[in-house]
Design a protein around this ligand. Sequence first.
Ligand code: FPP
Length: 277
Amino acid sequence: MYSSGKLRIDELTPEESSVYATLKPERMPEHVAIIMDGNGRWAGSRSMKRFIGHQQGAKSVQLVTETASRIGLPWLTLYAFSLENNLRRPRAEVNFLMRLLRTYLETNVQRMNDNNVRMQYIGRIHELPPEVQDKMHWAEQATAANTGTTLTLALNYGGRSELVDAFRSLAAEMKLKNLSPDRISEEDIHRHLYTAHMPDPDLLIRTSGEMRLSNYLLWQVAYTEIFVTDRLWPDFRGVNLLEAIGEFQCRERRFGGLGQDSGEVDEETERAKIVAN
Ligand code: FPP
């Protein structure tokens, strides 16, 4: 794992710098994904309308992205609006989130460029209102030449619908090339995901304490380390991203193999243990 973006450590806040100093540069994640949860609770606990929570959440998006760009994180993927949010939330809230997204893009593209951040999207984007799609394409184009962090917003996104879309597209390719289904490999499925051009996330952060994946990047998180914090998304800042990376660096990743301290596996001893039990 490594960071390929350019480091701008001198731009970190003093608090961020002191956490960053404890991190191991050789064990930085390449891709961090975040389930941003708790905007509604943040507002509710202050007797404010949910909308205010979303507005504050949008500020966190910008601040966390800027910290990610300063530490040279190559990929940051944020769950901004799920397919289920689109179907199940009151229309007024969905409309507000769409307006907030447009305003967010309009007002933050300059800051994205100042931070060398490239914006991309995953999800069923074509189902979003045309004026929102226009603004999204504009922001993507305006930041396309940036070479630092790629900020991917998952919008009208669902992990299962991504798999449906991938299988449809793979089936069409196989039909065209007259290929047999038993030739399908994991690599073929990966090639047809929205995230085909990215590495899988190393770290998945979820705010607000819920222990769920909520249909996020289901295929991609097979071996991702999960970090859940009780902190609500509008209170989440760059320093909290760095703390989560610190915790990630303490984990031992095995990818289904054995840990470093497991020692040699002596087949005879293992067999003897099984017999003895
Ligand atoms: C969860 O809060 C958050 C969302 C519905 C999506 C995230 C949206 C934002 C961070 C705001 C806008 C983002 C951009 C990119 C402009 P919730 O309403 O589910 O919170 P609750 O569980 O406390 O009710």
